[in-house]
Design a protein around this ligand. Structure first.
Ligand code: B12
Length: 446
């Protein structure tokens, strides 16, 4: 075994104030590096300057930077976090000229080569889930070519050692809460707990299957409960289940909720749900175990459009959610829709707007939000193929562009119903007015 190293794991700064999200990725990875001297740093909480100061003091051998978000993926409030990050990594390099800089995280894994190119200060990159790769790489830091899942530089080229196997998460370690206190993140569900990885659904715009595989890998219920207890013991009263879809498989999510009830685990919680299998009974169980709000990516309110989007749900599933919520006290439901997706027609657009108005009227304060957006075209997704086929973007269009102007072109808009775009600008303006975001003018360092 090699000597213990001083390793700093740093969450990438977003570059503008946002609700704090606990850096679950690096806190989890820290549990896999028990023999090393570790620091976990989050500039989103402690500022870039504070983080750089901590790095200078600690003098790490290795700095692992977790790139979670590339951009806000929201056309109505678009922000390019990645531009801020490139400047931050330059500052990290100046602060610690001799440290090995290593990148990872879901944002990195979506664009690994492009990120390595755009951040020349980075020595190494780790692709996908890193519970096995990172400890192995720490043992072979001078031989990165021997570790699967690693991007390294050789003779000026970026070399990839190959796709690693996905770790067995049946025995996933509990995140190192002792190294980064979750309590300051506790508001608004900022602390995440994962019950599984992978997603078998086929939504055409989604990156989850490429990030975590298309098969569900479930954590044992006791391990999930143990993790919730561990955060609750630190004073956290509200968590978010970070699974792509919490209630999949339904029986297993029921198992977790029953175990929470039986074990007296009492926290408020949130999650993302599929409308499939959502009925009054299930919603009641969720409510009674602490879930105040249900969020859905319904995406469309027209069976043909839903099918085109690769969704496993139909409008009847969405209706069932509304019916169930209407008959229950103490719940709120939030629906997200695409304004102008593939397959959209004037009729399907109107159907969606009618659904929104009807649901708002019927559910009143129980309608937690009906939000419209457009899909960000992500690499290696069926939506990318469609967008290229329809001429929305060119085949060689850089999905990690070097400017905000370029980023604006990475959203899918159905050309057949392009008149909807003008309407979207109006919707977007109203939304920003309502949220008081018009003056939001963050400074991005180029
Ligand atoms: C749950 C979730 C949320 C929840 C978070 C709740 C919470 N309390 O944690 C909510 C809904 C709040 C949310 C919000 C947002 N999210 Co989100 N989210 C996710 C999701 C589904 C899971 C993230 C997670 O916690 N995973 C569990 C941990 C353990 O995994 P991990 O962080 O990926 O870490 C592993 C690896 O990545 C790697 N790794 C991580 N860091 C590092 C560092 C090093 C050095 C190394 C070697 C390896 C490594 O090893 C880890 C262990 O295997 C991901 C999709 C996904 N499958 O990753 C999207 C995802 C990260 N989100 C995304 C986005 C865009 C956002 C928002 C910007 C959306 C918005 N406009 O509001 C915001 C940003 C919020 C913020 N302030 O950061 C995108 C980012 C891609 C992009 N284009 O930018 C993703 C990838 C989904 C997508 N659409 O593709 N999100």
């Amino acid at each position: 075994m090699s000597r213990p190293r001083r390793i700093a794991l740093v969450q990438a700064p977003l570059g503008r104030p946002e609700p704090l999200i606990y850096p679950l990725g690096i806190a989890t990875l820290a549990a896999y590096l028990p023999t090393h001297d570790l620091r976990l740093l989050d500039p989103n909480r402690d500022s870039d300057t504070g983080t750089l100061r901590s790095l200078r003091e600690f003098e790490p051998d290795v700095i692992g930077i977790s790139i979670r978000n590339i951009d806000s993926q929201m056309r109505r409030d678009l922000f390019y976090y990645f531009l801020h990050l490139t400047a931050f990594v330059r500052d990290v390099r100046n602060a610690c000229p001799h440290a090995v800089i290593l990148l990872g995280g879901s944002g990195f894994s979506l664009f690994p080569e492009a990120v390595m190119r755009r951040i020349p200060e980075a020595d190494l990159g780790v692709f996908l889930e890193a519970e096995e790769t990172l400890p192995a790489l720490m043992e072979a830091l001078d031989r990165p070519e021997t570790v699967p899942g690693v991007y390294h530089r050789s003779g000026g080229a970026i070399v990839f050692t190959g796709v690693p196997r996905l770790p067995d998460i049946g025995r996933l370690e509990i995140p190192r809460y002792d190294l980064l206190d979750p309590l300051p993140y506790a508001d608004q569900g900022g602390v995440g707990v994962q019950t599984k990885r992978g997603c078998p659904l086929g939504c055409i715009y989604c990156t989850y299957p490429q990030l975590n595989g298309a098969c569900l890998r479930l954590r044992p219920v006791e391990a999930v409960i143990g993790e919730i207890r561990a955060v609750a013991e630190r004073g956290v009263r509200e968590i978010t289940f970070v699974d792509g879809v919490f209630n999949l498989p339904r029986e297993r999510s029921i198992g977790i909720l029953e175990a929470m009830k039986d074990g007296g685990v009492s926290v408020r919680w949130r999650g993302w749900f599929t409308e499939k299998g959502m009925d009054r009974e299930f919603m009641t169980l969720c409510r009674d175990t602490g879930c105040p709000e249900f969020s859905f990516s319904s995406d469309a309110y027209d069976d043909r459009v839903l099918e085109r989007l690769g969704k496993s749900i139909r409008t009847s599933d969405i209706d069932r959610v509304v019916d169930s919520a209407a008959g229950l006290d103490g719940v709120r439901v939030a629906f997200n829709f695409f304004w102008n997706p593939p397959g959209q027609t004037p009729e399907s657009f109107l159907r969606m707007i009618r659904f929104a108005i009807r649901t708002k009227r019927r559910l009143r304060s129980k309608a937690g939000g009906i939000i419209f957006g457009d899909a960000r075209i992500e690499p290696h997704t069926p939506l990318w193929e469609i967008a290229v086929g329809e001429g929305v973007i060119d085949r060689d269009w850089d999905l990690l562009p070097d400017s905000m102007e370029g980023l604006k072109k990475t959203f899918y808009m159905n050309r057949r119903t392009r008149f909807l775009d003008a309407l979207f600008s109006v919707y977007s303006l109203l939304w920003r007015l309502k949220r008081g975001l018009l003056s939001r003018n963050p400074e991005i360092r180029k």
